[in-house]
Design a protein around this ligand. Sequence first.
Ligand code: ATP
Ligand code: MG
Length: 461
Amino acid sequence: MPENPPEETLLLVDPDLDFLDWATKHLAADGLRILRCDNADNALKVITKMPVNLVVAAFDLQPFDGMELLARIRLQSPQTMVILTAGFPSTGQIIEATQRGAHDVLRKESLPFELRHIVESSLQIQENRRSADSPDATVPSPEGRVKIIGVSRALQDVFKLVGRVARTDAPVLITGESGTGKELIAKAIHEYSPRRKREMITLNCGAIPENLLESELFGHEKGSFTGALARRAGRFEQADGGTLFLDEIGDMPISIQVKLLRVLQDGSFSRVGANETLTADVRIIAATHKNLSAEVASGRFREDLYYRLNVVELRIPALRERPEDIPLLAEYFLQRITRKNGMALIRISAEAIATLQTHHWPGNVRELENTIARACALASSTILLPADIPLAFAPGRSQLGLPEVLDRLINSAPIGVDVIDWLSSEIAGRAIERADGDLKTAAIALGIPPASLKNRLSRHA
Ligand SMILES: Nc1ncnc2c1ncn2[C@@H]1O[C@H](COP(=O)(O)OP(=O)(O)OP(=O)(O)O)[C@@H](O)[C@H]1O
Ligand SMILES: [Mg+2]
């Protein structure tokens, strides 16, 4: 007679008895014993009494919540896998739960499609997991977290990865088109990591001339080059114990890449003009909008550095790949912009949302934010209609892409002027015209403070 397969135990914890019935019915399978609890206390008692392989628990529980239950299970029974569920888990819940060691975070709505598969795969993973696995240190929840909006599957997967990598010191490479939120994700990784007590230092590698970049990164001694009037610590020293965010890493010159590789290999570096070797305990997060493997293939980026930085790659999808994020993002920006400027709350119509969802968004979330700001500045009523949404380069309205428009603008500049200064004053002037002379509204539309708008105008005069 064949032997019965060993029994696995799944514990469902949810205050909603209908949900428990429904889930039990959907999950019943040979070799799977399903237990149920309607509160967190009883769930812990069950886990103390018998081995449980997998817990599927709601965030919202009594007398303590699912996050706390997760933490206690991790301590009491580190082998038990935990999946947390909610109607709509928030970004913070997803990041924090995965950071604290949850196997997954799921929307209740998607459970019928996913739970069965997840139960099977997590039981399998657990079988394969080494018994020496130790519980991860739990990190108390951080204050003042970054606000990231995203309900799309693609972005929620990014949040889960943020939660997982936040616990480690592994270098992370964040890729994605311009304006997709790479810097925001870097901040989230830092804020949810044990390093958040120290700073995240940012360096934009594309914005600093090659001859100054080395000193920015590693510091310099007094007199080591013209202009080095005093000894200065570089970003590596400043980030000691914290995180160094190297933005636009794809623009880093090869000569500096060699030096960065050295720090990544053995943690040591020297200030420009110094013999002394220093070390710093720094976690590196790098970001680029370029395709770094193509840069490697063309010889502009060192392959060995690429592999050092790319231990974990986090690809942020373009906004057009996740139109389901657009309604919430639009609402969020509307509230933020109107509150910041002391304006009455403006609502957005369903038709206007539909218009936003069909746009191509080459500038991604930043472009959406600017579009909403412009729409607020120009709005003639408290509800935005499709006609109020200024989609400058919407397909169909204009055959020209941004590069063509820029070419035309550059060609139309008067001879002998500083074209960039001229363009910015033209843009400033046009924004004021569109805002009927209202400086504040024009500044909002351009996303700059009124003082800098004045400054741009006066440069033109
Ligand atoms: N998911 C999101 N939720 C809320 N705000 C977002 C989100 N993604 C991006 N933003 C906002 O959009 C703007 C652009 O984001 P960010 O600077 O992080 O993008 P980026 O990928 O670093 O862009 P670039 O490549 O141009 O440097 C910021 O104002 C940021 O706050
Ligand atoms: Mg950026």
